[in-house]
Design a protein around this ligand. Structure first.
Ligand code: BTN
Length: 323
């Protein structure tokens, strides 16, 4: 723990009580000016700390920024987010940085977080709207022991984890749109971008990027009709830190289940949350489109569609519109 973090935890534990500059300076054997510099830095990081020449310092509120220490505080996982957390005020794309780090050997569970992205990427070459401090832009490095054809399962698993986290923290009516959009009232609230690198028949790493519209208050005109945020749906500020902790917990839980007993329970939960089976859909793929009724989703996450002209089609990637 750095000295600044030690000062923070000292005044934090005294919640509601003033701590004099002198006692801090004695505790940490540094000057009162040095203490003041740490406090100033903590305030810049968004911590609510009052100061008074007579009484000293009073911890009031935790930072709302996605600071690694805030995320670690009370994080109920064993691997995800327990190792390295790379935190940026701004970055081009957390997924791009995660891939660089994965190539250099970053371990499973490593997190890359940014307050904003200048080149946030979505599926099918789209951009991801990433306003500063409003959304969550996070990438997680995984090293699953599965073959590349099974990789779509990781996206389904992530969608279940994001949906579960939202369900446990809000009363919103969350659903999943195949393969990886999280919706509220038919509007998109979160998306997942999974990227992987393979060697022969093995996955060397998977980067799972999640973008969540947490406190976004306004969207650009081109997506305004189809996007929403937790804040817009509830009218209340949504704690990004709490969400991140809950998402990591859910993700690790389902990931462990999939390793121990397979993807069956994940797919079952996905089916419950997705509300797509039996629905008529249109799927746009890169160079074709297909219309039919969804019969099922198989254990690899592929949609099985009964086509309008008869016959069945398996679809593993594309854009779905419910009809
Ligand atoms: C989609 O629905 O099209 C996927 C959106 C994924 C966005 C996230 S934000 C964090 C990570 N970094 C990126 O550049 N993209 C993903």
């Amino acid at each position: 723990m750095s000295r600044k973090e030690q000062v923070l935890s000292f005044i934090r534990e005294k919640r509601g009580e003033w701590v004099s500059g002198e006692s801090l300076s004695r505790e940490f054997k540094i000057s009162r000016t040095a203490i003041w510099k740490h406090i100033r830095r903590l305030r810049e990081e968004g911590y609510g700390i009052e100061s008074s020449p007579k009484k000293g310092y009073l911890f009031r509120t935790a930072s709302r920024m996605l600071l690694p220490n805030e995320i670690r505080e009370g994080l109920e996982t064993t691997v995800f987010g327990k190792g390295e957390i790379f935190y940026f005020k701004e970055i081009d794309s957390t997924n791009t940085r995660a891939k660089d780090l994965a190539i250099k050997g970053a371990l499973e569970g490593t997190l890359i977080i940014s307050e904003t992205q200048s080149g946030g990427r979505g599926r099918m070459g789209r951009d991801w709207f990433s306003p500063a401090q409003e959304g969550i832009y996070v990438s997680l490095i995984l090293r699953p022991n599965i073959s590349p054809v099974e990789a779509p399962k990781i996206t389904l698993l992530t969608a279940v984890a994001v949906a579960e986290a939202l369900l446990s923290l809000t009363r919103l009516d969350i659903s999943i749109k195949w393969p990886n959009d999280i919706l509220i009232n038919r509007k998109k609230i979160a998306g997942i971008l999974t990227e992987l690198s393979t060697e022969l028949d093995l996955i060397s790493y998977v980067v799972v990027g999640v973008g969540l519209n947490a406190n976004t208050s306004q969207f650009p005109p081109d997506i305004r009709g189809e996007a929403t945020s937790v804040f817009l749906e509830t009218g209340e500020y949504f704690s990004r830190v709490r969400f991140l902790r809950e998402y990591l917990k859910q993700h690790e839980k389902y990931y462990d289940i999939s390793k121990k007993i397979g993807f069956g329970p994940v797919i079952d939960r996905w089916r419950e949350l997705a509300d797509i089976i039996g629905r008529r859909i249109k799927v746009r793929m890169l160079d074709s489109q297909y219309t039919g009724v969804v019969e099922d989703i198989d254990e690899n996450g592929e949609l099985i569609i009964k086509g309008d002209e008869g016959g069945y089609q398996r679809v593993f990637s594309g854009d779905v519109t419910l009809e």
